[in-house]
Ligand binder design. Structure first.
Ligand code: HEM
Length: 403
């Protein structure tokens, strides 16, 4: 029997988590129509995600039938043999040691953003804090001018909330170049300037400079491939980490946990973030395309069919997590979620996302505790309009005058 569930539709959260619960009860892998299957079991999800022989990343997060030219594919849309070489270079900038070097910058930004808030009063934390903090961190790490951070954030949000992630087009045109020409020109110019600086011997070391000079399978990356990768790094971390920080702050306030989490150890605060990642994953699914017939939990999946790993669903798999729908930061295995994926494509920016979220949480707690931060009565969580993401569209927080 084919179930009615369309992972490419933007749905509201309550309906989605309730629906995922029903899908888990239907079986470890559920046909959902249109040549697609949805994986609901934690163990089967891990099996699919590490099986690069039968499952390809080429279609990425695109809707069925949408194919992106090879040159325009982001890292997450590449397969071997190209993927491992490019990934190695990207990871040289996103490994935990490199991320630690960014901590001071991120903390300073968090403090500056919070101290600029107009309190006492009510502040929407999405544009004021949860969006600019990850954006500024990414802009800084990638070496873009900090003065450009606001327009990079505005462009990136527009891209992620458009139909481009699913369709690779908008009504303005095809691909990134047709759909977002101003953003594309900006990124192209940045890469070209850097190429010239490298040729003149005046460029310093940076991730993007390393990608420009890299040898991938005997050739350098073309200008279009560079553009796709830079977009991956700019877009991959912004809204996702903003959703995480938004979910963390929402969970703190809705569960009246500001004081206990502020009093917790560093490990306790990290566990709070992991539980947010498990129960409310900023990215709710991970799609793969089947390239060679195989079976998943006894179901035959044919080449050309699509398998959607439901990270939001498997993170609540009762086989692994007791009282799996409950938010419990004290659970011993909360960090075993698959929110960042698993296997060869596991999120390149996971260490950075965790670091930005932890610093953002620390600084928010410091600011919020003496100001009696709270949500307005009757506040209803509304999800962002991106089909694979989960995070608050807006989040007004009331701060009192007392400090
Ligand atoms: C809470 C925040 C984040 C979440 C939930 C998240 C989630 C994910 C997921 C689910 C994947 C796909 C894994 C797969 O296909 O198996 C992925 C891949 C990726 N992410 Fe993240 N991500 C986050 C933050 C970031 C950040 C901060 C960056 C960088 C600035 C980033 C860059 C990437 C890249 C480059 C890939 C492709 C990796 C590959 O295919 O080798 N992500 N992420």
């Amino acid at each position: 029997m084919v179930s009615t569930y369309d992972p490419f539709q933007v749905e509201q959260p309550d309906r989605t988590f309730a629906r995922l619960h029903e899908l888990r009860a239907e079986g470890p892998i559920v046909p959902i129509g249109d040549g697609m299957y949805y994986v609901t079991s934690y163990e089967e999800a891990r099996r699919v995600l590490r099986d690069a022989e039968h499952f390809s990343n080429a279609e990425g997060f695109r809707a069925p039938g949408v194919s992106v030219p090879v040159e325009d594919r982001m890292l997450g849309e590449q397969d071997a043999p190209q993927h491992p070489g490019v990934r190695r270079i990207v990871m040289s900038a996103f490994n935990p040691a490199a991320i630690r070097l960014e901590e001071e910058f991120v903390r300073d930004r968090a403090r500056a953003l919070l101290s600029a808030l107009d309190t006492p009063g009510t502040v929407d934390m999405v544009p004021a804090f949860t969006t600019p903090l990850p954006n500024d961190a990414t802009v800084h790490l990638l070496g873009f001018p900090m003065d450009d951070a606001p327009r990079i954030a505005a462009w990136s949000k527009e891209v992620m909330e458009s139909e481009w992630p699913a369709m690779n087009r908008t009504e303005r045109g095809e691909g990134m170049e047709g759909a977002f020409p101003e953003y594309t020109r900006y990124v192209d110019a940045f890469v070209l300037d850097l190429r010239q600086a490298i040729a003149a011997g005046t460029a310093g070391d940076s991730l993007i400079a390393r990608l420009i000079t890299a040898d991938v399978g005997g050739e350098p990356l073309s200008q279009r491939q560079m553009r796709a990768l830079v977009f991956n790094l700019l877009l991959g971390g912004l809204t996702t980490t903003a959703q995480l920080l938004g979910n963390v702050i929402y969970q703190l306030l809705v569960s009246d946990s500001v004081a206990p989490v502020a009093a917790a150890s560093d490990a306790g605060r990290a566990a709070f973030i992991e539980e947010c990642l498990r129960v409310y994953p900023p990215v709710m699914l991970i799609p793969r395309g089947c390239v060679a017939e195989t079976t998943v939990a006894g179901t035959t999946v044919k080449a050309g069919e699509r398998v959607i790993v439901g990270s939001a669903c498997v993170n609540r798999d009762e086989a692994l997590f007791d009282a799996s729908e409950e938010f419990d930061p004290a659970r011993p295995n909360g960090d075993r979620h698959l929110t960042f994926g698993f296997g060869p494509h596991i999120c390149a920016g996971a260490a950075m996302a965790r670091s930005v979220a932890l610093i953002g949480l620390d600084e928010f707690l410091r600011f919020a505790l003496p100001r009696n931060a709270r949500l307005p009565d009757g506040f209803t969580y509304e999800n962002v309009p991106t089909f694979f993401e989960y995070g608050p569209k807006s989040m007004p927080v009331i701060f009192d005058g007392s400090r």
